[in-house]
Design a protein. Structure first.
Length: 722
C-alpha cells in the first residue's frame, strides 16, 4: 500500500502530495483524513493522509511512514473536499486551507502541549470472593443507584479502603473525558412567534434543500428568535446547525439566549477561549455531543455531520472575511459550499445587508425574507442629525446643546444612555475643524490618507499624492487638523458635565481582560451605570430595556476612511447603534453629531431607510465600477527592499496588462500601511466582470515568484478593505 501525504509546512514549493510506504503493522490503521508522522528531508513532519493507492507514480525510492497520530479521521470527506474548493477560490496553499479548519491543538507544532483532561470514576468489579469490612461496604453502597462513582466522592470515605478495593478488583477505574467548558441546562424561555415571524418561517419552509436566504429585518424585529426556530426544526429532524456571529466574545447576550433555549447541546467557539477550551469544544462537536455550534468566522469549519441549517447573523460584518493571513477566505462563501454539500438552507441575516447580498436577493439568486417592523409594533427610534460645524460656535467640548439637553432629560427620568465614539479610521485622515472639509483623490473619490513621515496626503487606490495644506481650500481658515479623539478624553468631559452620574467606558483597553466585557454588560443591564460610552463594541447586538437615548459623538470618522465601502460601513454602523435605543416599552431617541449632515449615508439613517440608501449607493458603485457591479481582487507585493519590490510590482502589472483583456488594472500604489515591520508593500487592484482567465494568470504569477525569497505575493479576492 502507498499513501499520499500532504505535509504540514506552508510553503508553495512543497504544497503537494508526497508518496510513502506503509509498514505492515500500520496497514489496517491507515485511513484517508488521519494525521501521520513522516520523514521529510532531514526532518520529521506531520501530515494528512489524502490518498491511498496501490502504486506510486514516481520511480523514486519511497520512505516509510513513521507513525500514525489519530485513531480516527479528523478531516472527513466533506472537509477534505471543502479544503480543495477553498484553495481554488483563494489560490492559497492546500495545507493552509486544512490548517485553518482545525484548532491549534491539532495543528503540527512541536511543543504545543494541549491535552485532553480526564476525571476518574469507578465501576463495580467482582466482589464474590472478597469479604467487605464496614468502610468498604460504605463505599460499595455509593453504587446503589449508579453505575459509575467519581473518585472524589469515594475519597471522602477512605483512600486506603479505595486502594484495597482496586487491588482486589472489586472496583475498576474508568477514565472519562472532562471538558473545560460547561453549559447550564436549558431554561427554555421560548416566545410564541409573532405573525410576521411566522410568515417568514412559512416562506422559508416552502423551499427544500440548498438555498441561500437573506433575512432583512430591522433592529429588534425578532431575527434571533427566527434563527432559533429554524434550529429547533433542524434538531427535531435530527440535524445539526451552525450560527455565525461577528465576534462572539463581543456578543455574550446572544450566547446566553442560545444557551437558555438549547442548553448543553450548544458549543461556542470564539477567540476568548483558551486553546484547551477550543480543543475540548471541537471534540464535543466532533463526537456529536454538541449539535449547535455558535461562533465567530472559523466556526464555519466545525466538524458537524448532517447539517440542517447554517445561519450567518449580521452578515454585513467584515469579520467574516479573513484578511490578515492565508487562506483569505470568506466564511459566507464557505457557508454556501457547506450548504450545497449538506443540501441544507443557508440564511444570511442583517438590518443592513451588504450591497452584494441585497443585489443578489433582488435578482432572486438569494431568497429574500423580510421583517420590516419591530416586535409588537414598537416604533424605531426618532433620529435627529446635528450639524457640528454650526454647533462649534456654541460649545467648546464634543457635545452639542441638543445632545446635552436630551441626556439631562433622560438621566432625570432615570433612563439609560449609550454614547458611541466612532473610532473607525481614527486620525488617519485630516479635515478642516471649521467646515469639515476633507481632502479627496481627484481620480477615485476616496479620502486621502495622511503620511506623517513625508507629510503628504496619498490615495491608496491609484497612488495620487499631494502635500498637506494648513489652510482649508474650502473656507480658507487655518484650521486643518487631525480629528482623532479618544474615549478617555470624552469620559473626562462627561464626568465634568454630569458629576453625579455613573459612567461606564467600554473600549479595547477596558475590555481586553477575559470576561470583562460580559461583566460590563451585566452591570449596565442592572443599571449600575447611567451612561455607557464606547467604541464600535457598543453598536453590536446589545439588548437593554432601559436605554432610551443613543448619542453618536462623531459620525464622520468612518465616512472618511479611504475605502469604497466607507459610506456603506457608516450607514450600517449608525443604523446598528441607533437600533439599541427604545427596544422595550419606552420610546427611543437617537442623536447623531456630524460635520456632514447632508451626506446620504447620514441622511438615510434618519428615516431608517435602507432601500433609499441601497439605491443611491448602487448608482455610485455602478458609476465607479465597484462591487456588486465588478469583482475586486487585490494583489499585495511585499518585501524588504522597496526599490526591488516596486520594480517587481511594475513587472507584474505589465504582465497582467498583456494577459488580461477586459480587466481594469490599477496601481501599483503604496499599500495603506506602506512600511510595516520593515517590510514594504505595494498593491495592485483588479476590477473585473467576468473570469477573463484571471485565476490561471494569477496562478502563473504566484508560480513565478514561489522560489524568490525577496518578494512575497498575497492575493485577496473580494477584500473587505485595502
Ligand atoms: P433582532 O435579532 O432582530 O435584533 P431579537 O430576536 O433580538 O431581534 O428580538 C428583539 C426583542 O424582542 C428581544 O428582546 C426578544 O426577546 C423579543 N422577541 C423576539 N421575538 C419575540 C416574540 N415572538 N414574542 C415576544 N418577544 C419577542
Ligand atoms: Zn486615487
Amino acid at each position: 500500500m502507498i499513501v499520499g501525504v500532504l505535509v504540514q509546512l506552508s510553503n508553495k514549493n512543497i504544497d503537494k502530495i508526497f508518496d510513502y510506504k506503509v509498514k505492515d503493522e500500520l496497514l489496517d490503521k491507515i485511513k484517508i483524513g488521519i494525521r501521520v508522522e513522516v520523514p521529510f528531508g532531514h526532518q520529521t513532519l506531520e501530515g494528512f493522509v489524502l490518498e491511498i493507492k496501490k502504486e506510486s507514480s514516481t520511480d523514486l525510492e519511497l520512505k516509510e511512514i513513521i507513525s500514525i497520530i489519530d485513531d480516527d479521521v479528523i478531516l472527513n470527506d466533506e472537509l477534505l473536499e471543502l479544503g480543495k474548493k477553498i484553495q481554488e477560490k483563494t489560490l492559497s496553499t492546500l495545507i493552509s486551507c486544512y490548517q485553518v479548519m482545525l484548532p491549534k491543538a491539532l495543528k503540527a507544532k512541536k511543543g504545543t502541549n494541549i491535552n485532553k483532561k480526564y476525571d476518574t470514576y469507578y465501576k463495580l468489579g467482582d466482589s464474590s470472593n472478597y469479604k467487605l469490612n464496614k468502610t468498604q461496604e460504605a463505599i460499595i453502597s455509593l453504587f446503589k443507584d449508579k453505575d459509575l462513582v467519581k473518585r472524589e466522592d469515594i475519597l471522602k470515605i477512605s483512600i486506603s479502603s479505595l486502594n484495597t478495593l482496586i487491588k482486589k478488583n472489586v472496583l475498576i477505574p474508568v477514565k472519562l473525558e472532562k471538558y473545560r467548558m460547561s453549559y447550564k441546562e436549558k431554561s427554555n424561555n421560548k416566545h410564541k412567534l409573532t405573525n410576521d415571524q411566522k410568515s417568514v418561517v412559512e416562506e422559508f419552509n416552502k423551499y427544500k434543500g440548498y438555498n441561500t436566504f437573506l433575512l432583512h429585518g430591522v433592529t429588534g424585529s425578532g431575527k434571533t428568535e427566527v434563527y432559533m426556530e429554524l434550529i429547533e426544526d433542524a434538531l427535531n429532524n435530527n440535524k445539526t446547525s451552525i450560527v455565525l456571529v461577528p465576534e462572539i466574545s463581543l456578543t455574550p447576550q446572544m450566547v446566553e439566549r442560545f444557551q437558555n433555549r438549547f442548553g448543553k447541546r450548544i458549543a461556542a467557539l470564539h477567540s476568548a477561549l483558551s486553546e484547551g477550551e477550543k480543543y475540548d469544544e471541537w471534540r464535543r462537536i466532533y463526537k456529536g455531543e454538541a449539535k449547535i455550534v455558535i461562533g465567530a468566522r472559523s466556526a464555519i469549519f466545525a466538524p458537524l455531520k448532517n447539517i440542517g441549517v447554517i445561519i450567518v447573523d449580521e452578515e454585513h460584518s467584515d469579520s467574516y472575511k479573513q484578511d490578515d493571513s492565508n487562506p483569505r477566505y470568506s466564511a459566507k462563501d464557505v457557508a454556501n459550499i457547506r450548504g450545497e454539500y449538506n443540501n441544507c438552507p443557508v440564511v444570511f441575516g442583517s438590518a443592513t445587508p451588504t450591497l452584494e447580498s441585497f443585489a443578489r436577493a433582488k435578482k432572486g439568486v438569494y431568497k429574500l425574507l423580510s421583517l420590516p417592523n419591530r416586535i409588537n409594533g414598537k416604533n424605531l427610534p426618532l433620529v435627529r442629525i446635528i450639524d457640528m460645524s454650526e454647533e462649534i460656535k456654541y460649545s467648546k467640548g464634543h457635545f452639542s446643546r441638543n445632545l446635552l439637553t436630551s441626556m439631562k432629560d433622560k438621566l432625570d427620568k432615570n433612563e439609560q444612555i449609550i454614547l458611541l465614539l466612532n473610532r473607525r479610521g481614527y486620525s488617519s485622515f485630516v479635515s478642516c475643524k471649521n467646515c469639515g472639509y476633507t481632502f479627496k483623490c481627484p481620480n477615485c473619490d476616496i479620502s486621502l490618507t495622511y503620511h506623517k513621515s513625508s507629510n503628504t496626503l496619498r490615495c491608496h487606490y491609484c497612488g495620487y499624492g499631494n502635500k498637506v495644506y494648513k489652510t482649508c481650500p474650502e473656507c480658507k481658515e487655518n484650521s486643518i487638523a487631525d480629528l482623532g479623539v479618544g474615549t478617555q478624553k470624552i469620559e473626562e468631559e462627561l464626568h465634568n458635565i454630569f458629576p453625579d452620574n455613573k459612567i461606564l467606558r467600554m473600549d479595547m483597553d477596558t475590555t481586553s481582560r477575559k470576561g470583562m466585557h460580559e461583566k460590563m454588560i451585566t452591570a449596565f443591564k442592572n443599571h449600575e451605570y447611567d451612561i455607557l460610552l464606547g467604541t464600535q463594541i457598543v453598536a453590536k447586538g446589545l439588548d437593554f430595556d432601559n436605554v432610551t437615548l443613543v448619542g453618536v459623538i462623531n459620525a464622520d470618522t468612518s465616512l472618511n476612511i479611504p475605502d469604497f465601502r466607507s459610506s456603506e460601513n457608516t450607514f450600517s454602523l449608525l443604523s446598528q447603534v441607533a437600533g439599541r435605543s427604545g427596544r422595550d416599552k419606552k420610546s427611543g431617541e437617537v442623536i447623531i453629531q456630524t460635520y456632514n449632515p447632508t451626506h446620504y449615508a447620514i441622511e438615510y439613517t434618519k428615516n431608517h431607510d435602507y432601500l433609499g440608501f441601497y439605491n443611491k449607493e448602487m448608482q455610485i458603485r455602478k458609476m465607479l465600477k465597484y462591487p456588486p457591479f465588478y469583482y475586486i481582487c487585490y494583489i499585495k507585493i511585499s518585501g524588504k527592499d522597496p526599490q526591488y519590490i516596486f520594480n517587481e510590482a511594475n513587472k507584474i502589472k505589465k504582465s497582467l496588462d498583456r494577459n488580461l483583456n477586459s480587466t481594469i488594472i490599477l496601481g501599483p500604489s503604496t499599500a495603506n500601511i506602506f512600511k510595516m515591520n520593515n517590510i514594504y508593500r505595494y498593491g495592485i487592484i483588479l476590477k473585473y466582470k467576468k473570469d477573463d482567465n484571471l485565476y490561471n494568470i494569477l496562478e502563473k504569477v504566484l508560480d513565478y515568484y514561489k522560489s524568490n525569497s525577496k518578494v512575497r505575493i498575497d492575493i485577496d479576492f473580494n477584500p473587505s478593505h485595502f
